[in-house]
Design a protein around this ligand. Structure first.
Ligand code: HEM
Length: 417
């Protein structure tokens, strides 16, 4: 089924025989045409295919994209039919060893990928550990880190709020909360940035990172302290060192990517949208309003990777085979016209899917910490630099070409030094 103007992949014969629906002109969720306007692509996919569409991801690998709010919830609330376990995929034999999505999809030993009792055991440790974060301590850590970062550029009269602020602040706060010494925190934040960006140094940086975390975990096993890491180490569920390191690395990645994007997307709105820009001088919309709107319109996690059909199933207008790969579009579910019946959505309504849904939904403690960090980061910046303005018009700011994360390339601003 041709979709004029969108890039259709050409399915290799070995794929085409297994995925006949994809062989009839499935479109690519990668490349320039898709990234120019993902929302328009989702709209057209929904019009042509309904709630679930055959699509191609990197390397023209077939997947099903869940677009509608109802089906999004249905898939994530039914782990018995749609598993998180990527070992269920029917296509591993066709995937080349250098396929770029392997690191995202391959199951690792963390709550993010686990299922059943083991998943529940891990989440209990994380929820208990994160749940003990003191809100005042959190706010103080945010203020300290925010002030330090702003001091670094306040005298210059211009800055890029992504690379100089939004991308640095959440991890620095998180390492401080965990109880890591400042020197270690700086090194861990630097190494994580190298790991996240990939590239030739990523493997060595990852080894250094794990060695540092291991040393901290060992120290807490010998002498407990009043910090979050000690509470994770001494939790009655008894996570082993390897399990703890995997969980810590996953948390760092989420805090870094999701919270940084939330800060950046909120600042974009506060500074670039006239409905918000007025507030800095006492208008009617607040930082909380902007943050809530971002969760609906530009959610940090744009697409969830990986659920796999446990057996053949009908979803939307299609019959899916056993072990097919599903991707879930948070952006599309949030903008599904059947739940957006009025022109203006009440963004304070929390029925969005920005935190996922079902058993893998972001734990409440994670949501609260992410929100507190983002709120403090935006508020403190606007308080410290009251005449701050975008140096580039909002419609010329570039989004990163990522299916998974909704985040800006940069956010240049000017202000009185
Ligand atoms: C900053 C503190 C945060 C922490 C510690 C945290 C932690 C976690 C953890 C441990 C999970 C995995 C849960 C599981 O698999 O059972 C998770 C899932 C998730 N988190 Fe968070 N999170 C944080 C902030 C955020 C933010 C700010 C967002 C976006 C607004 C977000 C969006 C999500 C989503 C969408 C999932 C579901 C993933 C899926 O189902 O595939 N998180 N989070």
């Amino acid at each position: 089924m041709a979709m004029i103007g969108l890039s259709e992949g050409s399915l290799a014969p070995e794929w085409a025989s297994r995925y006949p629906a994809h062989a009839r002109g499935a479109i690519r969720l990668y490349g320039e045409e898709f990234h120019r306007d993902p929302a328009a692509v989702y709209w057209r996919l929904r019009t042509v295919h309904g709630p679930v569409a055959p699509v191609l991801v990197d390397g023209d690998v077939p997947a099903w994209l869940v677009l509608d709010y109802r089906e999004f919830g249905q898939v994530l609330a039914s782990p018995a039919y749609y598993t998180r376990d990527s070992n269920a995929w029917n296509s591993w034999d066709l995937i080349p060893a250098d396929w770029p999505l392997i690191p995202m999809i391959t199951a690792r030993d963390t709550a993010w990928f686990l299922t059943g009792d083991e998943h529940d055991r891990r989440v209990a440790v994380l929820a208990d550990g994160l749940g003990t974060v003191d809100p005042f301590e959190l706010r103080t850590a945010c203020e300290r880190v925010a002030d330090d970062l702003i001091d670094g550029f306040a005298g210059h009269g211009r800055a890029d709020l992504i690379s100089q602020y939004a991308e640095l602040l959440p991890l620095r706060v998180a390492t401080a909360l965990l109880g890591l010494p400042p020197a270690d925190s700086t090194a861990i934040v630097a190494d994580l940035a190298i790991v996240v960006n990939g590239g030739p140094d990523a493997v060595t940086a990852n080894i250094r990172l794990r060695d540092r975390l291991q040393a901290q975990v060992t120290a807490r096993r010998e002498h407990q302290r009043f910090d979050v890491l000690s509470r994770l180490v001494t939790h009655p569920a008894g996570l082993r060192d390897g399990e703890l390191l995997e969980e810590l690395q996953t948390i760092f990645a989420i805090v870094h990517q999701a919270t940084s994007a939330w800060i950046g997307n909120t600042l974009r709105l506060m500074l670039g949208d006239p409905r918000f820009a007025a507030t800095i001088l006492g208008g009617r919309r607040s930082v909380g309003d902007a943050m809530a709107e971002v969760l609906w319109e530009d959610p940090p996690g744009a697409t969830l990777t990986g659920r796999w059909t446990v057996g053949p199933r009908t979803l939307g207008r299609y019959r899916l085979g056993a072990g097919d790969l599903l991707l879930l579009s948070i952006t599309a579910a949030n903008t599904d016209p059947t739940i957006r019946t009025t022109a203006e959505v009440h963004h304070r309504n929390q029925a969005h899917m920005a935190y996922g849904h079902g058993e893998h939904r972001c734990p409440l403690a994670g949501q609260e910490i992410g929100e507190a960090i983002a709120q403090a980061a935006v508020q403190i910046l606007l308080d410290r630099l009251p005449d701050i303005e975008l140096a580039t018009p909002i419609d010329r700011l570039a989004w990163r070409p990522s299916l998974w994360l909704r985040s800006l390339v940069d956010l240049p601003v000017v202000f009185t030094p």
